[in-house]
Ligand binder design. Sequence first.
Ligand SMILES: Cc1cc2nc3c(=O)[nH]c(=O)nc-3n(C[C@H](O)[C@H](O)[C@H](O)COP(=O)(O)OP(=O)(O)OC[C@H]3O[C@@H](n4cnc5c(N)ncnc54)[C@H](O)[C@@H]3O)c2cc1C
Length: 428
Amino acid sequence: MPYVETYYGPAAGADAQRLALSGRIEADACIVGGGLAGLTAALELARRGRKVCVLEGERVAWGASGRNGGFVSPGYSARYETIERQVGAHDAKSLHRLSIEGAEAVAANLDALGVADANRADGIFATSRYEATAELQRRRDWLEREFDYRVEFRTQAQVQETLASRRYFQALYNPHAFHLNPLNYARALAREIERLGGEVFEASPANSLTRDGAVGVVSTGGGQVRAKDVVIACGGYTGGLAPKLRRSYLPIATYVMLTKPDAALIGGAIRTTAAIGDGRRAGDYYRLVEGGERILWGGKITTRRTEPRQLARLLHQSMVSTYPQLADLEVDMAWSGLMAYARHLMPQIGRLGEGLWYCTAFGGHGLNTTAIGGTLVAEAIVGDSDRYRLFEPFGLTWNGGLAGRCAVQAAYWALQATDLVNERRLLH
Ligand SMILES: Cc1cc2nc3c(=O)[nH]c(=O)nc-3n(C[C@H](O)[C@H](O)[C@H](O)COP(=O)(O)OP(=O)(O)OC[C@H]3O[C@@H](n4cnc5c(N)ncnc54)[C@H](O)[C@@H]3O)c2cc1C
C-alpha cells in the first residue's frame, strides 16, 4: 500500500513545474503560500486590477488544499453556538452568511473558469449515528428560517435505501453543497491568476520578511519581492516567517485513503454520487470517485503524523465498521495533510501591521472558508470593504505550545469516547 502525497495529482495530470523566483521583482501585493487561501486572495486582487506575485515553497496546492476530501459546504470548524456566544446573535448570523457565500464563490469560480476536471458533483449527506429526528428537523427549520437555506430531512428508511449501513439513523441532505477534486480547482485558480498578469512561483519558500519604509520585502533563497502589501497564507505549514502567527495555531494532521477499484461491491453499499459525512467530531467523510469505481474515505485527526500503514488500517477499520460488506475491499493508497487550527477553531483573518496581512487557520472546514478569507483580505487591501473585521474577536490567541497539542489530542479522544457511548447507548 503506497503512502502518497495526494492521489489527485497522478489522476489529474499536473501542470508543468513553475519557475522559482530569481532576482528582484516588484508587485502591488506578494502572497506567501500557494494553497487555496493564498490563491484566492491573489486571484481576487488580480481581478481588482492589482499586480500580484504568489510565492509557494513547494508546488501549487501542495499542502492541505491539494490533499483534502473535497467537501464544499457552509459553516466553520467552530460550532454555531460557540461563535454566537463569542460575538453575539447579529455577527454570528453575518459570519454564517459569509460561510455560505464562500461555498457559492467556489461554485461560481468553477463555472466562470470552466474547471471540468474538478469533477464537481452535487449533494452532501450529513448522517446521524443515533436517533436524531427531532434534532435534525430543528436544524433544517432553523437554516430555512434564519438563512433561507433549504436542506432536506431523510428518514432512517430513506437513508438506508441509499447507504446500506446499520450504523445510520437519519440524515440531512444538502443539495447546494458539493464535492470536487480540490487540486484541479486550485490549479485552475493559479492559471487564472497568471492569465490576469499575476506571477506564481513554485519551489520558492519565503525565508525572511522585512520592511523598507512603506514597502514589504519578502526574500527567498533566490530572489526578492518588494510589494506594498504582503499576505501570509501558509496554513498548517506556517513556519518561522511570522513568529506571532506560528505561535497562534496548532498543526493537526488528518488522513484520507483510497480503495482499490470494485464498482460492483461498492455500489451494493453506497448508492449515491453525493458525498457523505457523519455528525461526530472528526467523524468519517467519504465519497465515490472515478465514476463509482473507488471510495475516497477520510477521517481521524492527530497532533502528530501517524505511521502510514497504521493509518490505512485505521481508516479501513472505520469503513468496515460502517459497511461490514466492504471488508474485502482493499486500500490502494493513503495520505495525510496538516490543517491549521486556532484554539477558538475559527479562521484567523486580519492585519498584523501596516501592509502585512494574514489569512490562515481554516481547520478542517477550509474549502468554503479559504474562499471568503482570500476575498475579504483582497477587499480590505483595495479598500472595497472591511468585512474581515468580523473575524477580529477571535484574534491570534496563543496555541498553548506543547501543552496545547496534548490538550487537543486529549480533548479529541474524550470526544471520540463520548460519540462512542452515544452510539452504543442507542444501538443496544
Ligand atoms: C486530509 C485533509 C482533508 C480535508 N478535507 C476537507 C474537506 O473535505 N472540506 C473542507 O472544507 N476542508 C477540508 N480540509 C481542510 C482544508 O483542506 C484546509 O483548511 C485548506 O486547504 C487550507 O488552505 P490554506 O491555503 O490555508 O493552506 P494550505 O493548503 O496548507 O497551503 C499553505 C501553503 O503554504 C506553503 N508555504 C508554507 N510556508 C511557506 C513559505 N515560507 N513560503 C512559501 N510557501 C509556504 C505550503 O507549501 C502550502 O502549499 C482537509 C484537510 C486535510 C489535510
